[in-house]
Structure formats: C-alpha cells, structure tokens
Write a protein that binds this ligand. Structure first.
Ligand SMILES: Nc1ncnc2c1ncn2[C@@H]1O[C@H](COP(=O)(O)OP(=O)(O)OP(=O)(O)O)[C@@H](O)[C@H]1O
Ligand SMILES: [Mg+2]
Length: 502
C-alpha cells in the first residue's frame, strides 16, 4: 500500500534527536495524539506520537507591522498571507521497529525524512495490544481496536480514576462485558463486584450475560458467627481493649467448642455475661461493641450467603451495597469478603478472580484513623501479594488523593478519564508512570468516555475512546430530572385521590 506522506522533518535547535523531532505538515491533516512512522534507511521504522501542533506565518511575526496594516485595509488584503501559513507537528519518539522487533532509538532520524501515518498492523503490536484481549474501544485518530491483554491488564491490578461522571462505571461495565464473554480456551476468571450504587445490577438481568451473574442484595448477606476469630473482630473494632479482647477470646473458644451447630448473638452476649471476669465495665463495653455488630445484621448462626467457594470461572458475583448506609458496615463487609476470597484463592478452591471495588477511596483510604481503615489492610495485602496467586483488584475512585498510595502504586495499570481537580491531577501524575506534563495536561481536556491508559497493560500511554456498552444498562437511581418528574406526578395523583375521596 502506498501511503501519502504527512510531512517532512525539519531541524530545530534540539531536534531531530533520539527522543523527538518536528516536522512541517505538507497539507495533509495531522492531529494531536496521532501516531506516525518514519521509514529509516536501515530498513527499520521509527514510531512516534504527535505531542503538539503549532501554526506559524511569517506575516504575523512582527507585532508592529501587523498593527500597522490592521489599522488600514488589513494585512490580508495586502498580502497572500493564507499561502504562508504552515503547521509544525512536534513528535515524541516512542521506539523503533526493526527485524520484527521493537527497540529503543539510538540514532535520530534525519532532517528531510518523510513522515507517514502509522500502519495499523504494526501499531497494534507496538502499543502492546493482544488479538484475544479485552476490547474496550478504539485508539484515538486510528481505526485500531484497543484490545488489552487480560494478563497484562488485570494480573498486577488496575485502577480506574476520574472525576465524577467521567465514565468510570461505564468503562468498568465494558471491561466486565469483555471478561464475561471470554472463551474458556483464552482463559476466564471469576469476578466479584462490590456494587456501591447499584450500577451493575443490569448484568444480572441481561439476556446474554445474565446466566453467568449472581446478584446478592445486601440485606441477604450472611456470615456465620462461629467462623469469626477474635482477631477478625478486633480488626473490625480496633478500639477493643486488651481485657475485652481476652474475654471475647475465652467466650468464642468456649462456644465454638460446645456448639458445633453454630450460635447466635444472643448466646454470645449471654456467654459474655456469664464469663468469670470480675470487672463489669469490661463486659459492658464488650457487649456494646457486640451489639453494634449485631445491628449490622449479617452475622448469622449458620447461614452463609453468598458462598464464595462456589465462584466459577467466567461468572460474576454482584454484591449490591446500594441500600447500606453505614460506611463502617460496608467496610467490614468488604474486608470480610476480600479476606475470604484471598484465602480461598490461595488454597486454590476458587478460580483466579478480579475483585472490583467502586468508591475505593472509602475502602482503602490514605489518611484514615484506624477505626475507618477496616478494609484497607486486606486491599493493600491483595495489591501487594495477589499477583502470585491470581487474585486481582480493580480500584475505582473519583477521589484518587484519598486513595491509599500503597494500594494505588501496586495497581500497575491506571486508566484515567477526565480529571480537572489539580490536587487529584498531581496525585495521579505522581503515582502513574509514564505521565509527563504534556500528557497530564491532556487529562483535563478529555471528554466523557475518553480514557488514558498507562502502565503494564500497554507499552506506551494510549488515549482510547471507550466503546458503547453491549449489555443492558440498569441503574438504581434515576437521573435527577426523572426523579423530580416522578415526585410531582406522585404528589398530583395523591391530591387527585384525596379530592375524589372527599
Ligand atoms: N464511553 C461512553 N460512551 C457512551 N456513554 C458514556 C461513556 N462513558 C460514560 N458514558 C455515560 O456518561 C454517564 C456517566 O458515566 P458513569 O456513570 O460511568 O460515570 P462515573 O465516572 O462512574 O461517575 P460517578 O463518579 O458519579 O460514579 C453515564 O450516563 C454513561 O452512560
Ligand atoms: Mg460510577
């Protein structure tokens, strides 16, 4: 295929170098963010990314003459200014493709060399896409699907970061569609989604993917008391004093030995009462704590729901947390579920899995008091050690500043959508590799559904337009205008009803 050249490399003070070059555009359309290639004399091909485009025109170089002409009939009517305008594209060199291999660039291209649009087939492998990967959209300005390798994207964890409404949950849904649609021979993992706002419920009702999904409402979550250890409870309630902990240990030990059918909270509290601790205030404080846990209503005598041990490859468990108000309860549940999943995975009782956590800054908060950090340690543990065991997490957050840096830095792929808050932007720039200040600037101008992928999943930072969803969208929580309409209609009906009654 003969391609038309986009332009010609020129000399500037510092380029062409091994890291960048500038070319003058020859009339073809060149866009910021486009990939280009330069055929080299040795048969290799240098690949680059258009980082910026500037326009120049010698007629507008001198302010005093522009001012002078504009006072009269205007500079345009006196000179052929349009034919003197030209564009310069600044290209960041990414690497070289030679002898079917990608390499760094050790020698710059020469001034005068021709620039071409990057060939799609080479671009795919240059960026590190995988034919059997997860198709999340297309790369900007090129007709190339962004197919991310499952292993590269997920194994070393993933973070989706952006401001509210930028398309995080949409992107997560696209990823889930891809994960659920994988073939057995390509490797399928199980997914557990902590659905904080009830945004993933649609999957359970989807005509094609619904069969692979199990939806558990938060009111139906159950975990047997007898399986809890003193350490676990102490982690949930960090202000438990040493004497209280001791009583709890004794009482739990006793009940577990006596009641192999399990026991209720009532029995647990009675056993605390009956314990031979002399100090009443220790018992009282412990009972208060246990009552708080009881009120969360998920600890049961025997029932366990969901049974995490039944997780299957290619299936998804959606835990609908949308009706839970208490953040502590949510944290305790996340900690419990994450811990059980990791333990089961280490024993190889469940398939490799991805644990997706929405509002991750609430569950792995950077500067949290111990009491508010119940789930942080297990998330950090999975982030640090999960990769060896096939236990992966996907953290989604609109407040990256508040997200544990330990957890975030262990997420080797970051997908960043629109962010405008400067603090968040700084934090992202610091914690994501490969974001230079130019790329960081582009993050503020991304549109909804446009994403920047950096890290393990791709060879170079890539901007992607996230594709439409294929599955059914169904959310708990209607748009504000719809809620307002519904409210007024309901009120009107009520009024009419009352009138009719009178
Ligand atoms: N790639 C896309 N194509 C089409 N629509 C999109 C795309 N990305 C997002 N949207 C739409 O934009 C809206 C906001 O997206 P989404 O709910 O995913 O944002 P969010 O980042 O999760 O917000 P929040 O922080 O409030 O949870 C949704 O209505 C969604 O359907
Ligand atoms: Mg969301």
């Amino acid at each position: 295929m003969i391609m038309n050249s986009l332009g010609t490399i020129i000399t500037t003070e510092q380029s062409p170098s091994t890291t960048e070059f500038t070319f003058v555009v020859n009339g073809a359309k060149v866009l910021k963010g486009q990939y280009v290639q330069v055929p080299m004399q040795d048969g290799g091909m240098i690949f680059g990314f258009v980082n910026e485009i500037t326009k120049a025109n010698r007629y507008f170089e001198r302010p005093e003459s522009v001012a002078e002409f504009e006072k009269g009939s205007g500079i345009k009517s006196n000179f052929p200014v349009d034919s003197w305008e030209y564009e310069l594209a600044l290209v960041k060199i990414l690497g070289k493709f030679a002898a079917n291999k990608f390499a760094r660039v050790f020698h710059p291209p020469s001034p005068g060399m021709k620039i071409y649009e990057a060939e799609n087939s080479i671009l795919k492998s240059f960026l590190g896409f995988d034919e059997k990967g997860l198709d999340i959209g297309t790369i900007e300005h090129h007709d190339v699907p962004a197919k991310l390798s499952l292993t590269r994207l997920v194994q070393k964890h993933l973070a989706i970061l952006a401001m509210s409404g930028a398309g995080k949950s949409h992107l997560a849904s696209v990823l889930l569609e891809e994960l659920l649609s994988r073939k057995k021979e390509d490797g399928r993992i199980a997914v557990v989604a902590i659905d904080i706002h009830g945004e993933y419920l649609g999957f359970a009702h989807d005509p094609s993917l619904g069969r692979q999904c199990t939806l558990v409402d938060c009111a139906e979550l159950r975990f047997p008391l007898k399986k809890l250890s003193t350490e676990t409870i102490a982690q949930w309630v960090p202000d438990l004093s040493a004497p209280q902990r001791e009583v709890l240990r004794q009482v739990l030990g006793l009940l577990k030995a006596k009641k192999d059918q399990g026991f209720s909270f009532k029995e647990l509290i009675e056993a605390v009462d009956a314990s031979d601790v002399s100090k009443d205030e220790v018992k009282r404080a412990l009972k208060r704590t246990l009552n708080e846990l009881k009120n969360y209503r998920f600890l049961s005598r025997k029932t366990e729901n969901p049974k995490l041990g039944t997780l299957r490859p290619g299936n998804m468990l959606i835990l609908d947390f949308s009706a839970i108000d208490s953040l502590r309860k949510k944290q305790i549940l996340v900690s419990l579920i994450a811990k059980r999943l990791f333990m089961l995975r280490k024993k190889n009782k469940i398939p490799p899995f991805l644990l997706l956590i929405e509002e991750a800054h609430n569950f792995a908060r950077e500067k949290a008091e111990e009491r508010d950090a119940v789930s942080r340690s297990i998330i950090e543990t999975i982030a640090r050690e999960g990769r060896k065991f096939g236990a992966a997490i996907c953290l989604i957050s609109q407040r990256p500043v508040n997200l544990s840096t330990t957890a975030l830095s262990q997420c080797n792929t970051h997908i960043i959508l629109r962010v405008t808050n400067p603090n968040d932007l700084d934090h992202i720039q610091m914690s994501s590799e490969g974001i230079d200040s130019r790329v960081a600037k582009s993050i503020t101008s991304l549109k909804v559904g446009e994403a920047l992928i950096v890290g393990e999943a791709v060879n170079y930072p890539v901007f992607v337009s996230v594709r439409e969803r294929r599955s059914q969208k169904r959310e708990r929580g209607l748009p504000l205008h719809q809620q307002a309409i519904d409210f007024e209609e309901k009120a009107k009906k009520k009024e009419k009803g009352a009138e009719a009654f009178i």
